[in-house]
Design a protein around this ligand. Structure first.
Ligand SMILES: Cc1cc2nc3c(=O)[nH]c(=O)nc-3n(C[C@H](O)[C@H](O)[C@H](O)COP(=O)(O)O)c2cc1C
Length: 342
């Protein structure tokens, strides 16, 4: 289904890019760039964030979601530790159904230098939602409220919530849910314009996000289907949101957040990388992963390389060859050879 509303190009009187200030409880934060990189499990690790930063130095980025119970058991703390070394604002996203574990996770994240704590109330994965974590919290508003309250009381930095329109269309009441999270202390809500039942399919419902925005006092970030500046402008126009979060559009395209932000500012327009730049970027991504993870880096790199090496002559063949590469050296050779051709 095509969206009907086609707003005019950016009108310089209308600023879509005002900073967002979150008061925190002792430590306030200013989000200077309201185009935000979403947390993406298996994608937004430290190396991906470094790449996003090249184009979007000021943008708010996120860790992949951190399981608070695993953290208590001693796993996954590297996802937080890593941010100590990084420049620029990084939010730590935590998930669980246990308030005590969430408190401890939030405190650890704050101690590691998190810019803010985001509570995941949108993850559709069955084994997480079944226990009441991620999107499961939408069906347990009392527990969701308790988690937000407890986490807010435990840290000084702002606490935010990322959620969906509801569990399914039949039971969805996103305005009531968002207001409850606001009243519990959440200082910003990111709304993915789909229900849990929809998963990632169909169009995100930006009109529903507009409705929620009009009932909230705290800033709202619209999420879902932002893949270029035109969609970003449409989404701002429809939702009146305070900011936008870019998700799958950035898979293989770590420049996207910076590109949208720069185009909204009407300056330093970042062009979509050429074939040569994409191949160079792939080499850089692969080499960074190899130097951090050893040969295992190749396995992690494969999906990124196939996402990035797209949309240019010979890219299908290149992807096939990269997938077949048995060793990191072979993958590097393939990319270097392709670079000479371009
Ligand atoms: C591979 C993948 C991993 C994701 N991981 C997370 C995550 O860790 N935390 C989260 O809140 N959302 C996660 N999401 C959801 C996205 O952040 C985003 O809300 C969703 O993809 C909708 O935005 P989009 O239509 O721009 O992709 C993930 C989505 C994908 C496709």
């Amino acid at each position: 289904m095509q969206r009907q509303l086609i707003p005019k190009r950016l009108n310089s009187d209308r600023s879509y890019i005002s900073p967002i200030v979150l008061p925190g409880r002792g430590i306030s934060r200013k989000i200077r760039c309201p185009i935000i990189q979403s947390p993406l499990a298996g994608v937004t690790d430290q190396i991906f964030r470094q790449l996003v930063r090249k184009w979007a130095p000021e943008a708010l980025l996120f860790t992949e979601m951190v399981n608070a119970t695993s953290l208590e058991l001693g796993f996954g703390s590297n996802k937080m530790k890593e941010i100590e070394e990084e420049k620029g604002p990084i939010g730590v996203q935590i998930f669980d159904h246990r308030p005590d574990a969430m408190i401890k996770a939030a405190q650890k994240a704050e101690a590691s230098g998190a810019f803010l704590i985001d509570i995941n109330m949108g993850c559709p994965v069955k084994k997480i939602a079944k226990k009441g974590g991620g999107s499961g919290l939408i069906r347990e508003p009392k527990l969701a409220e308790k988690i937000v309250k407890n986490v807010c009381d435990a840290v000084k930095i702002p606490v935010t919530v990322k959620t969906r329109l509801g569990w399914c269309e039949e039971t969805a009441d996103p305005i009531a849910f968002a207001r409850r999270m606001q009243d519990a202390g959440a200082q910003m809500i990111t709304m993915h314009g789909r229900t849990r039942k929809q998963g990632f399919s169909g169009n995100a419902n930006w009109e529903a996000i507009a409705q929620i925005k009009s009932h909230l006092d705290i800033p709202i970030i619209a999420n879902g289907d932002i893949t270029n500046v035109e969609e970003a402008i449409k989404c701002f126009e429809i939702t009146n949101a305070d900011g936008l979060m870019v998700g799958r559009g950035s898979l293989g395209s770590p420049w996207l957040v910076g590109q949208i932000y720069s185009e909204l500012r009407g300056q330093n327009i970042i062009k979509t990388p050429t074939a040569k730049m994409k191949i160079k970027l792939s080499l850089e991504h692969l080499e960074k992963l190899l130097s951090k993870k050893g040969d295992h880096g190749l396995l992690i790199a494969r999906k990124h390389l196939s996402w990035t090496c797209k949309g240019f002559a010979g890219s299908a063949e290149l992807r096939k060859n990269l997938l077949r590469a048995q060793t990191p050296q072979e993958a590097i050779r393939i990319l270097e050879k392709e670079l000479i051709k371009n």
